[in-house]
Design a protein around this ligand. Structure first.
Ligand code: ADP
Ligand code: MG
Length: 261
């Protein structure tokens, strides 16, 4: 089976060299965990190291803001777009919200034509075809969940992932962290893999760690591994465990605080 390396230093070792081609991988984590950075790093490295064009779909930040943020890591997205190696698509969350409202109240005629699930999917697929993209990053799934009706949300997520799976792209989709660890969401079941970014605090220090919850068909690492965000993107430490690293640094009582996380 062909593998797709993320190119993120230290990460691919955790998953036998890379994702399985055309899989859909879910990346979860709270705000500031590094989800957008991880996805951009994956796309950027795909283009520059593996000659694989990529599509970045954002439901949240504007393309201008994304390009500015990525510039801080030294990644020139504008140039890659001009060279037809990258496409940046923004789905307007307000128009999308109107569409969801419309599906809830079908008698209300509102303008939602530019943001139905179908048009969003068509737009993504058109960009993929345009540059023959092999990698897709969607940031984030949370924006698709704005309907108050859980059955509607489930249907949207199912429909969305089913379509994305047919795009012949190796895909990362982000999602805000799941609050209830015993109650997995539908996308966590549907995705081939789930990567969880966790940020916690010990004393005054912020600890970033990463766990691969699942990766179907891959003999993946199961430990909590530290990662850092630098001015060149993400670095994962695949042979350092967060627990043992912290045990060296912190006293035993602090160690027990970590255990409660
Ligand atoms: N050059 C940098 N060096 C170190 N950390 C950085 C740098 N740029 C951003 N960060 C960190 O990355 C975080 C942003 O990550 P981001 O990918 O936007 O998170 P998310 O998408 O999960 O909300 C910031 O909160 C900041 O702590
Ligand atoms: Mg983000």
């Amino acid at each position: 089976m062909a593998r797709v390396p993320t190119g993120i230093p230290g990460f691919d070792e955790l998953i036998e060299g890379g994702f399985i081609e055309n899989d859909v991988i879910l990346l979860t984590g709270g705000p500031g965990a590094g989800k957008s950075t991880f996805g951009s790093h994956y796309l950027y490295s795909g283009i520059t190291n593996y000659n694989e064009p990529g599509v970045y779909v954002t439901f949240e930040e504007t393309p201008g803001r994304i390009m500015r943020n990525m510039w801080r890591y030294g990644w020139d997205m504008e140039r890659l777009i001009k060279e037809n190696k990258l496409r940046l698509i923004r789905v307007d969350p307000i128009a999308y919200g109107r569409y969801i409202k419309k599906t809830m109240e079908p008698d209300k005629q509102e303008d939602h034509e530019n943001a139905t699930l179908e048009t969003v999917l068509k737009q993504i697929y058109a960009s993929i075809r345009e540059i023959d993209a092999k990698r897709l990053f969607i940031d984030s799934m949370t924006s698709l969940k704005i309907s108050p009706d859980p059955v509607n949300v489930r249907h949207i997520i199912l429909e969305f992932i089913k379509n994305v799976e047919s795009f012949d792209c190796t895909t990362i989709i982000t999602s805000e962290v799941n609050k209830d660890p015993n109650n997995f969401s539908v996308e966590e079941y549907l995705a081939e893999g789930v990567i969880c970014l966790k940020v916690f605090r010990i004393g005054g220090e912020r600890i970033r760690s990463l766990e691969i919850l699942k990766m179907r068909g891959v003999k993946h690492d199961e430990a909590l591994r530290p990662y850092v965000i630098t001015d060149k993107g993400i670095i994962v430490y695949p042979s350092e465990s967060v627990i043992s690293k912290e045990a060296d640094v912190f006293s035993l009582e602090r160690f027990s605080i970590l255990g409660e996380e």
